[in-house]
Design a binder for this molecule. Structure first.
Ligand code: FNR
Length: 190
């Protein structure tokens, strides 16, 4: 079986280190995972004024999440929390009320910072948000990446074998987790 993974990059920056990390994760992931980026940069700022007539970009976001077997967030930490652009996308996907697209979707959270905290506080904020949205989360292993340009190449190559091994292990555990959640919700699906 193969699994469709929709991934979010929580940064809009052209030189995003988290986008570089996402390329590495895709390269190291087991072959049963197929990745599609779910873009966030063109979403307007959410307001419930949109609920009565959801705009196509909001609906497209919801459709992409709902068409995915699992969701992966690869995000920086901004001011000890979730970057505004990513939180905005989550707010869009959670509405209109009663149509939360994240409900029961298996999720993983990972991120990189230049500093040694490695997005730990963002990840903790994300866990609260995803819990409220009823999204099962891979609890362990946790991955807090202190980004070093000599380790991560632009095209997703990882130049340090222990980092590559750890990230490969994370993606294997993430894949197994997605399979467990899907199988629990629809036995026989796999
Ligand atoms: C940061 N940065 C940052 N880093 C961190 O570890 N904890 C933090 O709370 C913050 N806060 C923060 C706020 C804002 C507004 C910016 C722009 C940056 C630094 C951040 O980790 C660094 O810029 C990374 O390069 C961001 O990841 P991307 O955007 O390159 O993927």
């Amino acid at each position: 079986a193969s699994f469709r993974i929709g991934y979010f990059v929580g940064s809009l920056a052209t030189g995003s280190i988290n986008r570089t990390l996402s390329r590495a994760l895709i390269k190291l992931a087991p072959e049963e995972l197929e990745f599609t980026e779910i873009p966030i940069k063109d979403l307007p700022l959410y307001s419930y004024d949109y609920d009565a007539d959801y705009p196509p970009e909001g609906q497209a976001l919801k459709d992409s999440i709902e068409a995915s077997d699992g969701i992966l967030f690869v995000s920086p930490e901004y001011n000890r929390s979730i970057p505004g652009a990513l939180k905005n996308a989550i707010d869009w996907a959670s509405r209109p009320w009663g149509t939360n697209s994240f409900a029961r979707k298996p999720t993983g959270i990972i991120g990189a910072s230049p500093g040694s905290i490695g997005t730990a506080v963002m990840q903790s904020s994300m866990r609260s948000v995803l819990s409220f949205l009823d999204a099962p989360q891979l609890n362990a292993p946790e991955v807090y990446i202190q980004f070093k340009p000599e380790v991560f190449g632009e095209d997703g190559e990882v130049h340090d074998e222990s980092t590559a091994k750890f990230l490969r292990h994370y993606m294997e555990e993430y894949s197994a987790f997605v399979q467990r959640v899907l199988d629990a919700s629809a036995p026989g699906h796999i």
